[in-house]
Design a protein around this ligand. Structure first.
Ligand SMILES: [Mg+2]
Length: 376
């Protein structure tokens, strides 16, 4: 499987191409994440988790007065940390120094599966560079579904009508020629599929995923046991730049599941990570605690904090069914705050998953928290 190293280098050069397409490029590291801003040394008893899309940013545009609001929350306490692209870009957009350790990405929980799939052949789906993300997490034998599908001639009968895919294939042809020479991929079983970010080409991805999933990982062969399927999250919709919400990964999952269940005797089995799963919120608490203790260490402050308890952790989100539902399920010490800058636009509270507080913007959120914690 030495050829995978070559693939990763190819994707490095592809990275420079995607830079001209900011939404594609950024979305890989950005989509529907939580970032944590830890409390500073003066106020160690609470933490805040901000959903990004629809609260702090709409695509790449700061919303709801977020730069000013976040600047009020904390000063530059970083330095010496390796910043991820996401953290760097957030810092640029918002004018505050956000560390990579403060950003939780939707697909971060996939790291927990490295032990199981480190050397297994897996396929990664989604916009941007899903295989590069998985490779960086430690999955050694991963191909993007673009790369994988291109090995199978005629797997997508509509490909010739998709000008963007033929352009992509042309960019990658030298790497692809090297790998197709080995022919090994046709007989190599896909052991699992990971949906890392939003699918760009639903028709091709649903087709190829169904091929993989119904044949036990060998497209074109007879029906077999379904390999495991993982989704980074299950958001039905999200607020982008267009006035009404756009379909998210949850919508893609429904489409895939509906079709798979019509063509396969057993219903689709899958695992969705991301909000509102309670482990996301537990993990966010852990990250906040780690951040707090690293800040204390840097500032040579020795707080007598019981590490296992924040008095309050605020969840700031725009989507009742993921952000608020998740915070409510997580229970103490979570306090949910719903903004009207994204999916939720109601006058009162959400009927199904009411938040502890509803405000218009993230600026009002910061006002509220600083007042409540008596810091302003
Ligand atoms: Mg959101």
């Amino acid at each position: 499987m030495g050829s995978f190293g070559i693939l990763r280098r190819a994707s490095q050069s592809q990275r420079s191409n995607t830079k001209q397409l900011p939404s594609l490029f950024f979305s890989l590291l950005f989509s529907r994440s939580i970032s944590q801003l830890s409390s500073q040394s003066q106020w160690p008893s609470f933490g805040i988790a901000f959903d990004i899309d629809g609260v702090v940013l709409r695509e790449d545009t700061p919303i709801g007065g977020s730069p000013q609001a976040l600047r009020r929350l904390y000063d530059d306490s970083g330095g010496g940390f390796r910043e991820s692209k996401r953290a760097f870009q957030l810092s640029e957009l918002l004018g505050v120094n956000i560390l990579s350790s403060q950003v939780l990405q939707g697909h971060s929980p996939f790291k927990q599966l490295v032990d199981r799939y480190e050397n297994e052949f897996i396929v990664a789906v989604g916009k941007g560079e899903p295989a590069a993300v998985m490779f960086e997490y430690g999955f050694k034998n991963v191909l993007s579904i673009d790369e994988y599908a291109s090995f199978f001639e005629d797997i997508d009968p509509l490909a010739k009508y998709k000008k963007w895919t033929s352009k992509l294939a042309a960019n990658q042809s030298s790497t692809f020629n090297k790998i197709t020479q080995t022919k090994s991929l046709y007989s190599q079983r896909v052991q699992a599929a990971f949906v890392v970010s939003d699918s760009v080409d639903w028709s091709r991805d649903i087709q190829v995923l169904c091929d993989i999933l119904r044949t036990g990982g060998l497209p074109g062969r007879e029906i077999g046991n379904q390999p495991p399927l993982y989704f980074a999250h299950d958001d039905l919709k999200y607020q982008a730049t267009f006035p009404s919400e756009r379909f998210g990964m949850g919508a893609f999952r429904i489409a895939l599941e509906s079709i798979f269940n019509r063509i396969h005797p057993n219903a689709l089995e899958y695992t969705s990570f991301g909000k509102p799963n309670s482990f996301v919120f537990r993990n966010a608490e852990t990250v906040l605690k780690q951040l707090l203790s690293s800040l204390d260490h840097k500032l040579h402050v020795d707080h007598a904090i019981d590490e296992s308890h924040f008095k309050t952790v605020y969840m700031v989100g725009d989507n009742p069914t993921v952000d608020i539902k998740g915070a409510r399920q997580a229970g103490h010490p979570w306090f949910s705050i719903l903004t009207r800058t994204g999916v939720f636009k109601g006058k009162e509270n959400d009927a199904d998953f009411p938040a502890d507080l509803v405000v218009d913007t993230v600026e009002e959120v910061v006002d509220y928290i600083l007042r409540k914690e008596r810091i302003s």
